[in-house]
Design a protein around this ligand. Structure first.
Ligand code: NAD
Ligand code: ZN
Length: 342
């Protein structure tokens, strides 16, 4: 089969021929149709410090996918050949206290497909049946291929009650933009999204009903006044990983505000924690998505009117993967989807 592989410990990914994976009794074999390129894949392409420390070579990359089940292991009774599906890319252990309490997303022994174990950028993927999420007919393969990052957005957005709340999102990347759409769907009042990239702000406005704010040129205090909010934002979602954005967010929050942190800072940075104390702010770190509650919620929201389709800005046949990665690396696109059937 064709597979997009980190074949050498240096920059780049290579399209190679690999054997179709053999499945175990509890696995399924999925024929991949569409895949999404994630920031993680860019780290692996660039072979940065994190990737060098984390990813063994050779590794088939990729974890955002949609496909169809073409083989089931002998212990798998609840999935059928031909079932369209996406799936959770975190492979969990079942013995930790967290897993045994049903909090699978908090299992400390989690391994990621496309990072620690062979991934989804290939014609076929072996996945534990446990991780499979069937796709209803009204959810396309394109959307199926971005359910993983939509799950990050949904898990973050649903961290706090949003109904009637004023929400600030810092970072209008694909996840920030999808979080804005989710916040609207969940009944938030004012939703403001900041970025320093005007292309990203324009995309945010196209995808979601939000107020875009250029953090480089506009002051959030003026935005709060303009929108006639009394003190500031009730809920914040940090989705840029940028320290300056978090600083601005804390300043713009109400007393007793709640902040969910998804963005991953690239390095340690000093932070004035006294503002968190004096504003009595609650901060929640968010990792991944809840297995499988977030999957249930996001599919249900998509079926009840949540529309994130316009966040996919580029589609390429997989043989043009270089153009796909260049498009992502340029930093102004939404989601880039690769077609493995073309
Ligand atoms: P992205 O890099 O595409 O988007 C981040 C955006 O933040 C960019 O558009 C950038 O211009 C913007 N930004 C930079 N400085 C800013 C500032 N000062 N103010 C406002 N915006 C600023 O990333 P993404 O794929 O949308 O993911 C969002 C974040 O979530 C990233 O940091 C990513 O690493 C992280 N992430 C975390 C998890 C998790 O499980 N915690 C999972 C996926 C992604
Ligand atoms: Zn991803």
């Amino acid at each position: 089969m064709k597979a997009l592989v980190k074949a050498k410990p240096e920059q780049g990914l290579w399209m190679e021929r690999h054997a179709v994976p053999e499945i175990g009794p509890d696995d399924v074999l999925i024929r991949i149709k569409k895949t999404g390129i994630c920031g993680t894949d860019i780290h692996i392409w660039n072979w940065d410090e994190w990737a060098q420390k984390t990813v063994p070579v050779p590794m088939i990359t990729g974890h955002e996918f949609a496909g169809e089940i073409v083989e089931v292991g002998k212990n798998v009774s609840d999935l059928e050949l031909g079932q369209r599906c996406s799936g959770e890319g975190h492979l969990i252990g079942k013995n930790s206290r967290q897993s045994r309490a049903g909090k699978f997303h908090l299992d400390p022994s989690t391994r990621g497909i496309g990072v620690n174990v062979q991934g989804a950028f290939a014609e076929y993927l072996c996945l534990p049946a446990f991780n499979v999420v069937p796709l209803p007919d009204d959810i396309s393969d394109d959307i199926g291929a971005i359910l993983d990052p939509l799950g990050n957005a949904v898990h973050t957005a649903l961290s706090f009650d949003l109904s009637g709340e004023d929400v600030l999102i810092t970072g209008a990347g694909p996840i920030g933009i999808m979080a804005a759409a989710v916040a609207r769907h969940a009944g938030a009042r004012n939703i403001v999204i900041t970025d320093i990239n005007t292309d990203r702000l324009a995309l945010a406005e196209k995808v979601a009903d939000v107020v875009p704010v250029n953090a480089a040129t506009e002051d959030l205090k003026d935005v709060i006044t303009r929108l006639k909010m009394r003190q500031g934002f009730d809920v914040g979602m940090e989705m840029s990983g940028n320290q300056a954005a978090l600083d601005q967010m804390v300043d713009a929050m109400v007393m007793g505000g709640r902040i969910a942190l998804l963005g991953i800072p690239s390095s340690k940075a000093p932070f004035d924690w006294s503002r968190i104390v004096f504003k009595a702010i609650t901060i929640k770190g968010v990792y991944g998505r809840e297995i499988f509650e977030t999957w249930h919620k996001m599919i249900a929201m998509l079926q009840s009117g949540l529309d994130v389709s316009r966040v996919i800005t580029h589609r390429f046949p997989v043989d043009e993967f270089r153009t796909g990665f260049e498009t992502m690396k340029a930093g102004s696109s939404g989601k880039v989807v690769l077609d493995w059937t073309a």
